[in-house]
Ligand binder design. Structure first.
Ligand code: HEC
Length: 133
């Protein structure tokens, strides 16, 4: 019983600590969230551009630079280099982060969902292979 109470408190503490600050997410859970993006984006081996650019090798990639995809001027001029913080700010509210962007997406506000989504998307290298950990 005592052990149970302690572990419950630990879980609660961890949950509270993760509110509002990005942390390491769960790629498996992020895969489910990526369903919200799949109408327009592909990632992984053989990913092709759809309405939006494919997202392989996103970690460290400069925004608006994928060859063969016609970006808006807004995205090309954004000056963003994708990392967890930039990505999460963008996905929270794409039009606020990049005014004039042509991605029509309402945004995701839940921090854990953003962290999981980044964990999922950022695991692919530019060839769509899962990076070694
Ligand atoms: C309705 C289609 C649509 C949906 C849904 C959508 N996107 Fe996009 N996305 C786009 C388009 C179009 C662009 C290109 C924007 C531009 O050039 O202005 C884009 C651009 C991006 C970029 C910038 C890529 C680069 O090469 O710089 C990222 C990152 C991105 N989307 C992630 C996501 C994620 C993650 C989701 C799901 C949470 C998502 N998008 C949902 C259409 C969409």
């Amino acid at each position: 019983m005592k052990t149970f109470a302690i572990s419950a408190l630990t879980v609660l503490g961890m949950t509270l600590a993760s509110v509002g600050t990005s942390s390491a997410g769960d790629a498996e859970a992020g895969k489910a969230t990526f369903n919200k993006c799949m109408a327009c984006h592909a990632v992984g081996e053989g990913a092709k551009n759809k309405a939006g650019p494919e997202l392989n090798g996103l970690d460290g990639r400069k925004a608006g630079t994928l060859e063969g995809y016609a970006y808006s001027d807004a995205m090309k001029a954004s000056g963003i280099t994708w990392n967890q913080a930039e990505f999460e700010e963008y996905i929270k509210n794409p039009k606020a982060k990049v005014p004039g962007v042509k991605m029509v997406f309402a945004g995701i506000t839940k921090q854990s969902e953003l962290d999981n989504l980044w964990a999922y998307v950022s695991q692919f290298d530019k060839d769509g292979k899962v990076k070694a950990k």
